[in-house]
Each structure stands twice: as C-alpha cells, then as structure tokens.
Design a protein around this ligand. Structure first.
Ligand code: ARG
Length: 457
C-alpha cells in the first residue's frame, strides 16, 4: 500500500511490531461507515464520479457482509483495518476503490473510527450501569428495613439499613453513567475526518457534510488537533476507571459480607466457586476478579495517558496502542457489570447475622447522646462524655449491647437517665430515628426507591 518508495521488504519483526490488524479489526463497522460518508462527500463535491461512488458504496456494503459472515480474510501484511478494507475494496471493484483515499489519510480516518467506537462503547457502558442500578434497586426495596451495622474505619459505627447501603451504589453508578454519557456527547462535538494527514487537504472537501453524516456536531477546527488528540479516549477511560472503582468497592463488600466471619450474605451457587482441596469453601471469585479488573482498567487509563503525554504534534505511531488499551478496558468493564448483576440478583442476605452484628460494638451510643441533648438539653460535647462513660461500664460489665445494661448502671453515671432513654437503644429504633432527608430510616429508603423508580421509568 505504501511500498512504492522502498526496494526491500520490511523485516518480519518490523511487520510484527507494526501490524495492528488483530486489534483494530474491531473498528470495521466504523471504518466502513466513515469511508461511505467520505465517498459520498467526494462525489457530491465532484471529486470522484457518482459511478465510482456507487461502486464504492456497494463494495463496502459487500465487505461488511463478508466480515459479518466470517469470510473476510484479514491480513497482517496490510497492517491495519483501514488498509485491509481498502485493499479488498479495490480487489472487488477495481479502479474506483483506488480513488477512495482521495483527500484523507489514515490519520484522520483512524481518529474518526476510534472516536465513533469509543462513543458507542461509553454509551453501552452507561446502559450496563443502568441495568446494574435496576438490580440493586430490586434488592434495596425488600430490604429497606433490614438492619445492619454501618461502618466507618470498618469499625461498627451506627446501625443502618441494608436498603440504604445498596442505594448508596445506585447513587454512585448514576454519576458514573452521567459521566460516561457526557463524555460521549462531548466526543460527538468535533469530527476529525478531513483533517487528512495533519495539515488538511487541497481537495475541495465538505467537512460539514461528513461531520453531519457521521453524527458529529461540527468538523474539528484544527487539523493537527484532530489527528493528534486522544483526549476523548482518555476521558472515556478515566470515566470508566472511576465506575470500575465503584464496582470494585461493591465487590469488596461482597467479599467481606460473604466471609464466614461476617456471614451477612451468601452468593448463589452460580456465582460461587469451590476449592480443589477444601471441600467446605464457597469462594467469591467473581467479586475478587472485579476488584482486579478495576485495577487494570485504571492502569489502561494510566498507560494511554503516558503514551499521549510525551508526543509532539501531530500523529505518531505510539497512538496505535490506544486501541488495545481501550478495547481491553471496555471489555473488562462489560464483563464485570454482567458478573456484578448476576451476583446482586441472586445474593441472599442473612437478616439475623446482620442485625446481631449491628447491635454489637455499642452502635447505639450516639442515640443515647442524642437523647441527653434532646430531652435534657445537655450540650452535645457533655452528652458525648456521659455516654462514653456508660460505654466503658458496659465494656467492664461484659455486656454486648448498651440497651442490656441495667438502668442503675446508667443512673450511676447520670441520675437523670430514664427507662425511656434506655428503651431507645435498640437498632430498630436507632435506624427509624435517622429520618433526615437521605438518611437511613426505612421510610426514607422507600422514598428513595420510589424516586429512582420514577427516574428510571
Ligand atoms: N493503524 C494506525 C493506528 O491505529 C492507523 C494510522 C496509521 N497512520 C500512519 N501514519 N502510519 O494508529
């Protein structure tokens, strides 16, 4: 394709390091779409004839069919998807095929193809997140009033509801989704096609037309930027890495919750694995792999960022490595989402274990302090101090829950404490009392479930 000025063949390893077809064949749809828009425009501008355009359009349609049915032969000698398709086109339609590359370069071609691919992938990742949100919502609703320990520093903090905990992820994934969709919208603004190799072209092309045909808002305004920039992919990977981080945190909770030490939940058989030596094991491998994949998705972002950051304008072949990283990240993400949905849909929560854990660690201590403030108008700092002393007594007495301490032990610290205060110190009363907007109280959780359902309708 470019052999005219060379006398000898490239070294085998040259071809091996240079060829990208194994990776970028996934761009075939976008490549054909871009070429069809380009050829249409060339014909409309009188740069090629209508007959040539018709042959190109039909030839590209046939190539799409060949690729779909698996009969297309991809060749490493032809380097990449662009040259593979162009060569096959010429094989099929002859001379007209050789006119397709007029007024463009692989540099603007690949930037356009890859941008189109990344936009679509980001939207699909957003759809995956929405499906996961729905799965979480379905679990949050029936568990709106199931009590579990809420943690800070992974130390028992205050009782919360399981529904509330699950809805926290629905919020996180909503921001992730919006970020991904927003990135795709931003990428759709400028179309690189027509920037040619780096400087534009001398043919009277119509860049508005190709931009519109491919669903972009307008042509990119600087040809060097158009072929040399990959921030659309960096943004997509960064957004994906953040979403993967949230997936990983949920995965980490599944790992913790399903451990016998927590015993809060049990994964279904379909999402558990056994051990080859320890017959009793039920391992949460999928959750663990989601954690690891999140690390790799973040690394994909870092790798592409490092590739781009040292490149002078405009195109350099380093940029060819953008695709393997991006494809890998989106593939891993899609698989992680599918696995997470499977786990979330079929996980079984253990009400008693969660409730018992919620009551341990004097988790209702804040409720007592709040009672002292509310009923006795004790300043909060002082209430904190009084409650701290009572917690110490409970600890010394070996009592597991604050509410199990006899009233006289409370009154020994502060005689104003009544039975009514002591009666408040159950985990159920505790969560019911936290009914500020966005709080853990079951009625607030149900309110949020309804809000999300309304939003997702
Ligand atoms: N396969 C190349 C890539 O992915 C296409 C662009 C090639 N451009 C060039 N000047 N060699 O980046």
């Amino acid at each position: 394709m470019w052999g005219g000025r060379f006398a000898a063949q490239p070294a085998d390893a040259m071809q091996a390091i240079n060829a990208s077809i194994d990776v970028d064949k996934r761009l075939w749809r976008e490549d054909i779409e871009g070429s069809q828009a380009h050829a249409d425009m060339l014909a409309a501008q009188g740069i090629i004839t209508q007959e040539d355009n018709a042959a190109i359009q039909a030839g590209l349609d046939q190539i799409a069919a060949e690729i779909l049915e698996g009969s297309f032969v991809f060749s490493a000698e032809l380097e990449d998807i662009h040259l593979n398709i162009e060569a096959r086109l010429t094989e099929r339609i002859g001379e007209a095929g050789k006119r397709l590359h007029t007024g463009r370069s692989r540099n603007d071609q690949v930037a356009t193809d890859f941008k189109l691919w990344t936009m679509r992938a980001a939207r699909e990742a957003g759809d995956g997140l929405r499906a996961l949100q729905n799965a979480l919502l379905k679990q949050a609703e029936p568990h709106a009033d199931w009590v579990m320990p809420g943690f800070t520093h992974l130390q028992t903090a205050q009782p919360i509801t399981l529904g509330h905990h699950l809805l926290a992820y629905v919020s996180m994934f909503e921001r992730d989704r919006v970020r991904l969709i927003g990135g795709a919208l931003e990428a759709a603004w400028e179309c690189p096609l027509g920037a040619a190799a780096l400087a534009g072209t001398s043919y009277p092309i119509d860049r508005e037309r190709t931009a519109a045909a491919l669903g972009f808002h307008e042509p990119a305004h600087n040809s060097l930027d158009a072929v040399g920039s990959r921030d659309f992919a960096l943004a997509a990977l960064a957004n994906l890495a953040i979403a993967a981080t949230h997936l990983s945190r949920l995965a980490e909770e599944i790992v913790l919750w399903t451990s016998p030490q927590f015993g809060f939940a049990r994964l279904s058989d379909a999402w558990s694995t056994g051990s080859s030596i320890m017959p009793q094991k039920r391992n949460p491998d999928a959750a663990e792999l989601i954690r690891a994949k999140a690390a790799r998705i973040g690394a994909d972002f870092s790798a592409l960022n490092a590739i781009v950051q040292k490149l002078p304008l405009a195109y350099a072949k380093d940029l060819q490595e953008d695709k393997a990283l991006t494809f890998n990240a989106f593939d891993s993400f899609a698989l992680s989402i599918t696995a997470m949905i499977g786990m979330v849909e079929t996980i079984r929560f253990e009400r008693e274990a969660m409730r018992a854990a919620a009551a341990r660690g004097y988790s209702t201590a804040t409720d007592l302090a709040d009672w002292l403030v509310r009923e006795l108008r004790v300043p909060f700092r002082e209430a904190h101090e009084i409650t701290g002393k009572i917690v110490r007594r409970a600890e010394d007495a070996g009592v597991a829950e604050l509410g199990q301490l006899p009233l006289d032990a409370f009154q020994a610290v502060d005689p104003r404490i009544t039975e009514a205060a002591r009666a408040l110190l159950t985990v159920e009363k505790s969560v019911e009392s936290r009914d500020s907007y966005g709080g853990t109280a079951p009625q607030r959780v149900r309110e949020q479930v309804e809000r999300w359902k309304e939003m997702f309708r």
